[in-house]
Write a protein that binds this ligand. Structure first.
Ligand SMILES: [Zn+2]
Ligand SMILES: [Zn+2]
Length: 343
């Protein structure tokens, strides 16, 4: 696949392999964008985002736990010192190992639920020269455990230093309960908003070729694929937390935001829609919208919460009709590209 093809997909390419499992189709964006506005659906969706059977509530609990039990005090972070930065790095390394490593062992090594709820049953991890060490798993683990954790640690450490030195306005739950909680509720939407724009930019051919192509080597996905990115992409991707330099916030907000990358990316790239719990209960982890992006490259740059894929005509709803829409768009882009070349 050439870079141009990777960026806008292969002309006329059809749905290569039927999905082994997919959520109810067509997949739908958040009901914020439905017309007429249905407030009941919106309320259900927003509250559902914090369900005990979703991941967001656990990101928040882990962020609070990290701040209370596993963060250096702000007295220590007034100056950059190896010891407290090392503590943050080690904790992040352990956390990603537990989450990504745990999911990989559960789903792929011990195959505890077989292919139940798995999107694509083609081989994962794959082998081949495209991957570091010739092995997708080792490649994915390498980029996650080295540069991704380093970038995560760097952002968090800078913020600890910034708050300790009063360079950003720090609020507390006691002083500003409304804003404190509102910021927690808004953070997932901010992360989704930022994700679309940075991700779409990385599909611009020069950036794709040199940076984002590394993440797209992963056509079929596993938990370690989420943060398997070029270090420059890791820096761009995780920089959504920098918003907290501008708005009054607390370290919990920064840690919470960074967890959408540190453990959110492994969780959304598992290749499974959910982990079966008991009976019909499931822990929702996968992201079919993003799985479609990894298969087709030129659709679904964003998340369920953001309207941009629909606005720009690159939303794939998982149906054959969605396939046709994307194929038509791809052909039009190819025709336009050819026309520009022949000018
Ligand atoms: Zn991409
Ligand atoms: Zn991805």
């Amino acid at each position: 696949m050439t870079v141009k093809e990777a960026e806008i997909g292969k002309a006329g390419e059809s749905n290569r392999t039927a999905w082994h499992f997919h959520p109810e189709l067509p997949i739908r964006l958040a009901p914020f964008y439905d017309r007429p506005v249905n407030f009941k659906n919106i309320a259900k969706y927003v509250l559902g985002g914090w369900s005990l059977f979703g991941e967001r509530i656990y990101f928040l609990l882990i962020a609070i736990g990290i701040w209370i039990f596993f963060s250096p005090s702000l007295e220590r972070t007034v100056t950059f010192q190896f010891d407290w930065i090392f503590e943050i790095w080690l904790r992040n390394l352990i956390l990603i190992t537990i989450v990504a490593g745990g999911l990989h062992l559960y789903l792929y090594t011990f195959r505890k639920q077989g292919d139940d709820l798995r999107y694509d049953t083609r081989t994962y991890p794959a082998k081949g020269k495209a991957f570091l060490f010739g092995n997708q798993l080792w490649d994915n683990m390498f980029w996650s455990l080295t540069s991704a954790v380093a970038v995560w640690t760097a952002y968090e450490s800078v913020f600890m230093w910034v708050y300790a030195n009063g360079l950003a306005t720090m609020i507390t739950l006691q002083d500003h309960p409304f804003w404190f909680i509102a910021l927690i509720l808004l953070t997932p939407y901010w992360a989704g908003f930022y994700f679309f724009w940075q991700h779409r930019s990385l599909h611009w051919p020069p950036l794709f070729k040199h940076i984002h192509a590394r993440h797209h080597k992963n056509v079929n996905l596993g938990p370690w694929s989420g943060l398997s990115q070029h270090p420059v992409e890791q820096i761009i991707d995780q920089s959504d937390c920098l918003i907290f330099l501008l708005i009054p916030s607390h370290p919990v907000h920064v840690i919470f935001n960074l967890l959408f990358h540190g453990i959110g990316a492994p969780s959304s790239h598992t290749g499974y829609d959910a982990v079966r719990l008991w009976g019909s209960r499931r822990l929702q982890i996968g992201d079919f919208l993003h799985q479609l992006h990894h298969r087709h490259f030129d659709c679904n740059y964003g998340t369920y919460d953001m309207p941009w894929d629909r606005v720009f005509g690159c939303f794939h709803d998982g149906t054959p009709e969605g396939d046709r829409t994307i194929t038509e768009r791809r052909k039009a882009l190819h025709a336009k590209a050819r026309k520009n070349v022949s000018r």
